[in-house]
Design a protein around this ligand. Sequence first.
Ligand code: MRU
Length: 357
Amino acid sequence: MLISVYLHSMLSVDMLKSIEWVGDRVRWINTLKIPWEEEIVETEDPERVAIAIERMEIRGAPAIGVAAALGVALAATKSRGEDVEKLRQDLLRVVRRMERTRPTAVNLFWALKRVESVIRASYTSSSELRDAVVREALRIYEEDVEINRRIAEVGARLIEDGDIVLTHCNAGALATVAIGTALGVIRAAWWAGKKIEVITTETRPMLQGARLNVWELTKEGIPVKLITDSMVGYIMSKRLVSKVIVGADRIVLPGYIINKIGTYTIAALADRHRIPFYVAAPTSTIDFSSRIEEVVIEERNPDEVRTVLSKLYITIPTVRVLNPAFDITPPELVSAVITEKGVAEKPLEVSLQKLKS
Ligand code: MRU
């Protein structure tokens, strides 16, 4: 109750929005520039939105789903033709383009599927189709804020006064429209007055923890310490962490968590040290139809590993590299999944199935 009051009041003040729809344009914070610069990019070109997702200017599962949907909405507003069928085909081409941006986060495909079913409905005029697509994209956008608010409210109840919470990658406002999932839970606990501390990994190679988590948490005055990814085991063995909370890019039954590379290592270590390992994610992250073998783990540019953010080679530039962007944590290592519909506890398969609407 108390948490919910805090959340409403904090949301009414100027909460950081990573993506916005402003006058038929999409505007976002370029997360590649954080923490050095708060660059705002604005476009009316759907292709520019696709490139922003590929380059990770916009990143994080919920954010890329919302951005892709808004990208299709841009294509709809830009089109001028009167032919409904032609507009439908044009928009479907943009949907296909958005689907090719990143392969792992299911929220992208979930959002595009919603937009596609609107595109495929029947219309008497092209303006009716245009309006319907924009409306659906904006609905996805607005729902994301409300869903994160509810995840934060539900999850904050699991955080106790005095907790030291470890997180990995950025599942914050910069990975959603606002608030975030894992960081949303942390924010809500902090807003409710719980005395907590956060430890974030740096999250090599793209440094979402060092760059984005430290930036978001410092802005709000939430105490945060930064560690390198390889310090997790030692920190846990010294009981310097009481809970782990991360986001997810896809959850596959019976409860596999696909999230930023390194998550599996953290979950295994948390299990070894009997530290609760929580995942915070919207139900749109649960993929009820794929088998784990079918999930494509994105392999990114080898230079991300050979360099520090393309600035400095830390190795011989021709060395062969492995660069999977995500890994898979098996269900037995997960204590619970926090969603906007409630906490899915063990056995995960049963509790996640119950969230299917
Ligand atoms: O490669 P990224 O930065 O898009 O990866 C993001 C993550 O792994 C996040 O933990 C996940 O998308 C959840 S964001 C609420």
